[in-house]
Design a protein around this ligand. Structure first.
Ligand code: MLT
Length: 262
């Protein structure tokens, strides 16, 4: 799968490459601020996952393992042979976890943002399968987007930066219906990773918006505690889209983590 991507890097860099994976049903553009800030010191790549942004959107279910294999294929294509740092928000975090477990030798560090290690409950999984069916039948993801948007942002973002909401809605509208359905089906089938966290032995930064109601801070705290080298940081004035809602705090936490690794 030939993923589309953005890349930026300083003139010379000796640190690990950093790959940032977006959430559902978004695209690489959600990392614009981190791409700019982190690339002053590190090589940063922000792909559009299969079915999202400008990447191909095949028909079918996209397992998190398959999305992780796409990312490894992109890293190979870009000549990233040294162990890299992979970060992911929400669905991107599910993919980052799948990658960490399947390709441990490719990894130098991990950044899990507003995400979780648990699987869907049976009710949530069947809700997603039903949503995928409706999206395909309607030829539109409007219903999914409408249900998701009110849960994404912190109250402070809605009050102080209402202009930040529309660009995200527009990014979601651009996601092809087969991409939305494929990701919904893949997320519905993802396994519970909690018992496997102990196998991830690279330094891991766990970031979560203080007001994230989709992947709440308690889950992030439990995940950080179960990771042998986990470190938790809460992001103030942020909900589920912390890197977009409070970009300075997230870039700052990531830069501190990346400098410690270097
Ligand atoms: C995301 O932001 O990627 C989604 O909220 C993930 C999910 O629905 O589990």
């Amino acid at each position: 799968m030939n993923l589309a991507f953005w890349e930026a890097a300083p003139a010379s860099t000796s640190g690990s490459a950093v790959i940032l994976l977006h959430g559902f049903p978004l695209a690489s553009g959600m990392w614009r601020s981190q791409l700019e800030e982190l690339s002053r010191e590190f090589r940063v790549v922000t792909p559009d996952l299969r079915g999202h942004g400008r990447s191909p959107a095949p028909v079918g279910s996209y397992s998190m393992e398959e999305l992780a294999a796409d990312v490894i294929e992109l890293a190979d294509r870009l000549g990233i042979t040294e162990p890299m740092v992979v970060g992911g928000l929400s669905m991107g975090g599910y993919v980052a976890l799948a990658l960490a477990l399947a390709y441990p030798r490719r990894l130098r560090g991990l950044m899990l943002v507003d995400t979780r290690a648990a699987a869907d409950t049976p009710e949530a999984a069947s809700g997603r399968i039903e949503s995928a069916r409706r999206v395909l039948a309607a030829g539109s993801a409007a219903e999914v987007i409408q249900a998701l948007v009110p849960r994404l942002f912190a109250a402070s973002t809605r009050q102080r930066h209402p202009e930040r909401i529309e660009p995200i809605v527009e990014m979601m509208r651009q996601t092809p219906v087969h991409g939305v359905a494929g990701a919904l089906l893949g997320m519905a089938g993802r396994p519970d990773r909690r018992a496997e966290l102990g196998r991830i032995d690279v330094p891991t930064l766990v970031l979560v918006g203080e007001e994230d109601e989709i992947s709440p801070p308690e889950e992030a705290r439990a995940m950080a505690a179960a990771l042998p080298r986990g470190r938790l940081e809460l992001v103030p004035e942020a909900g589920h889209l912390a890197p977009y809602e409070n970009p300075a705090a997230v870039s700052d936490a990531m830069l501190r983590f990346l400098r410690d690794l270097a």
